[in-house]
Design a protein around this ligand. Structure first.
Ligand code: UD1
Length: 363
């Protein structure tokens, strides 16, 4: 059986790692890996391949950055001949980035079976490019692999037949559990001059947060108050860096004592930093999942989440973008009252195994 797998952006590498390892363990499975090149910097791409032991991609489409339309179209144009020449039995796409939908659409139009890993998640906010990618990818997929029960419910509500939907757990958590011990060896805390359990970790990259100086400023107002309690480590995503380099927000950030800016970090350093943080503030998707397993309080700097299980399990709070709301959530998160953390069902490190079982049976 020939399985063609697609990755493009940083979170995809984390999701694909356990699947590539699992294919390798199965007889009769021939796995191809296509990198679209949506992310291409050393720190955003290659570093993850080496740290996570992902095999070198068979093909890199090298599309690079662009507007949504230009990037999506370019990926489709370059992916089609690859599919025609490799003739896979199934194409596996992960997550919700432009590469996910672009390659999914090419496969569906060529009549090749499409499997979507991390299907069904919904923020119900169509202004997010990822939400559009999720809804459209799910609509054209033949096999839909869900990380949490909300995903199944959303898919059934959208009329997706039940027999296409599989509750398998979370491949990001497979990767986390596989690398937790190794991450403990990272010297990143020393390097950044912070102590175990005595700093906050911040990540921001959503266009709605970092492309709008007013929203970015409101988040920084809250960070300014948190800095009175503890240092804040802030690995800066390239999109965010562009905004910092070009506006007044950048000047302000440069003047915030205790804010430790770094370049984007590798997987192991970042995992170490998450694990030892007192609190994590983020607009990322995957970090909401990862902190749920690490049992570290997470404040999601958005108005909602497509990952409601992280909230019901007790680790995640939807903190919005407004200074007062963020600070209220922060005080609640660090209060010593003790909040119970539960592990979401099936987030046990075996998601890739379950997915490959289904692929072999049904694809
Ligand atoms: C993309 C995904 C987002 C995901 C994020 C993870 C979409 C629509 N968005 O957002 O869902 O959460 O990746 O990081 O697919 N850039 C570099 N080097 C790189 C990659 C990008 O400098 O290796 C810069 C470019 O200037 C680019 C900008 O970052 O224009 C944004 O990159 P892009 O892939 O378009 O979107 P992200 O914001 O990274």
């Amino acid at each position: 059986m020939r399985i063609l797998n697609v990755v493009g952006a940083r979170p995809d590498f984390i999701k694909i790692a356990p699947l590539m390892a699992e294919y390798n363990r199965r007889q009769g499975v021939e796995a191809f890996l296509v990198h679209t090149g949506q992310h291409y910097d050393e720190a955003m791409s290659r570093l993850f391949f080496s740290e996570l032991g992902i095999p070198q991609p068979d093909i890199n489409l090298e599309v690079g950055s662009g507007s949504h339309a230009a990037q999506t179209a370019e990926i489709m144009t370059r992916f089609e001949p690859v599919l025609l020449s490799t003739e896979p039995d199934v194409v596996v796409v992960v997550g919700d980035v432009n590469s996910t939908f672009a390659c999914g659409l090419v496969a569906a139009k060529l009549g090749i079976r499409l499997a979507h890993v991390e299907a069904g998640l919904r923020s119900f906010d169509r202004s997010m490019p990822e939400e559009v990618n999720r809804v459209l990818t799910d609509a054209i997929s033949d096999l839909l692999f869900c990380t949490e029960e909300s995903g199944i419910e959303n898919l059934l509500n959208e009329g997706i037949p039940k027999d296409k939907v599989h509750f398998v757990g979370n491949v990001m958590i497979d990767t986390l559990l596989n690398n937790r011990a190794k991450a403990q060896e990272s010297a990143v805390l020393n390097r950044l001059g912070v102590n175990d359990g005595r700093y906050a970790l911040l990540t921001l990259h959503r266009p709605a947060n970092v492309d709008d100086p007013q929203t970015f400023g409101s988040i920084l107002d809250a960070i300014g108050v948190i800095l009175k309690d503890m240092p804040v480590v802030f690995p800066v995503h390239p999109r965010t860096r562009m905004n910092l380099n070009s506006g007044s927000v950048g000047v302000r950030v440069g003047q915030m004592a205790g804010l430790r800016l770094t370049e984007p970090l590798g997987y192991l350093d970042f995992l170490r930093l998450m694990r030892s943080a007192s609190v994590v503030l983020t607009d990322s998707s995957g970090i909401q999942d990862e902190t749920a397993i690490l049992k570290v309080p997470c404040l999601t700097l958005r108005d909602g989440t497509e990952r409601p299980v992280t909230v019901t399990c007790g680790s995640n709070r939807i903190a919005g973008r407004d200074r007062r709301r963020i600070l209220a959530a922060y005080r609640d998160a660090i209060s010593p009252n003790g909040h119970g953390f539960q592990t979401p069902p099936l987030w046990d490190g075996r998601a890739a195994r379950r997915i490959v079982d289904v692929l072999i049976q049904k694809a």
